[in-house]
Design a binder for this molecule. Structure first.
Ligand SMILES: *Cc1c(COP(=O)(O)O)cnc(C)c1O
Length: 384
């Protein structure tokens, strides 16, 4: 929800831009940190959701660790000041360069996604005379019941080690002097709104933890990943229910004394804290369709084009009385450059301000220069 003051401020600014509500971010972070503390759970922020420097500073300050998926993110996390012993590194395709960088930085843990990767990390760590801490990312074949493009934990997905390869993992671990096994890792998908999915995950985590313990590998860390969804239809209902989320894990995981439970949340922490603010360039009233053409497009927010994602779209200039249906599109030369089809809106005019809500996660970070667009700018609720 925007105040009149916000809207007046936007009216004087060049569009498009991401508007970050840093107070809301703080409320969300505090709510998550307090809920996690009840159970002594560790939270890592999944940096790929948004690595805007102001957000990272705020997230670091609350004490969360960083979950990285590239050498670039590992570097950025360290430069931001995240503690090295709170940095984890996942990804199916870590290059030698990235592995070496993470070894040099002595990060907390590699979340390893294949048997071959284990061998490579062992070899590279050996050359440096180091011991790399590793957790095995297991593909548990649990359906996240989310969009198929953001499902990661099924047998057909590329992520993680499949159950039939675990024996080979155990052999490599046993034979590798430069690896220290610390635990198991999972991440089954994103924008998960059905919390029962996590109960199924817990059952699998317990089975796999038992599997390793039984073979003489003590499991110190149970890392259950992230994926908690946000309510894109109600952007003003802003803070996800972290309490219910963590409670499921405390109830359904068999946590042994001394075992740590780690989480990697991205979207749930930052998703509601931003909107993409844009101006109407043109309105085309056709026979079959009415189009609102914005000055922001898929180059600024790719989610609708990439996986048909829904974002609530609001005309900030005209209020909320709906009168017409419009396809809300961007200026980019692609037919998929569309934020919403047949969206009910008040009658809209050139120059109106629009907000595309819930754009804090996988928004700014996916911006591209396609069509040689200007770099997207950020505006903050407070001067930073
Ligand atoms: C993307 C990702 C996350 C975070 O996912 P969200 O849906 O944003 O919570 C966590 N862990 C790993 C390994 C990831 O790749």
């Amino acid at each position: 929800m925007f105040s009149n003051k916000d809207i007046l401020r936007f009216a004087n600014l060049e569009t498009p831009f991401y508007y970050y509500d840093l107070n809301l971010l703080q409320t969300t972070l505090t709510s998550c940190a307090e809920a996690a503390k009840l159970y002594n759970f560790h939270v890592h922020y999944a940096m790929k959701a948004n690595f805007n420097a102001s957000l990272l500073q705020q997230i670091k300050a609350i004490g969360f660790g960083a979950d990285c998926v590239s050498g670039g993110e590992v570097n950025e996390a360290i430069q931001t000041g995240f503690a090295k012993e709170q940095i984890v590194f996942a990804g199916v395709g870590k290059s030698d360069k990235e592995i070496n960088l993470a070894l040099d930085q002595d990060i907390f843990c590699f979340n390893v996604e294949s048997v071959q990767e284990l061998e490579v990390i062992n070899e590279l760590a050996g050359k440096k005379g180091k011991k790399a801490r590793v957790a095995i990312r297991i593909n548990p074949n649990v359906d996240a019941h989310t969009h198929h493009n953001i499902t990661t934990g099924l047998d057909e997905n590329k992520f993680g080690v499949n159950s039939w390869d675990l024996s080979a993992c155990a052999e490599v671990l046993r034979a590798s002097a430069n690896l220290e096994f610390i635990g198991i890792h999972f991440h089954i998908g994103s924008q998960i709104t059905n919390l029962d999915v996590y109960k199924n995950l817990c059952v699998r985590v317990n089975e796999f933890a038992f599997w390793f313990e039984e073979r003489g590998f003590p499991v110190k860390v149970l890392n259950v990943g992230g994926g908690l969804g946000i309510d894109y239809h109600n952007p003003d209902q802003q803070v996800p229910d972290f309490g219910s989320y963590f409670k499921i894990f405390s109830e359904f995981l068999e946590i042994k004394p001394g075992q740590e439970v780690h989480f990697e949340l991205g979207r749930a922490l930052v998703g509601q804290s931003a909107s993409l603010i844009s101006r109407v360039l043109y309105v085309k009233n056709g026979k079959k369709k009415n189009f609102v053409i914005l000055d922001a497009g898929m180059t600024e927010l790719m989610r609708p084009a990439l996986y048909q994602a829904y974002h609530k779209i609001e005309n900030l200039t005209r209020g909320s009385e709906v009168a017409l249906k419009y396809d809300i599109v961007g200026p980019i030369c692609e037919s998929t450059d569309c934020f919403g089809k047949e969206v009910e809106q008040p009658e809209t005019f050139r120059g109106d301000l629009f907000a595309i809500r819930s754009a804090g996660a996988y928004g700014e970070v996916m911006a591209s220069k396609y069509n040689l667009r200007d770099e997207i700018r950020s505006v903050y609720s407070e001067e930073v």
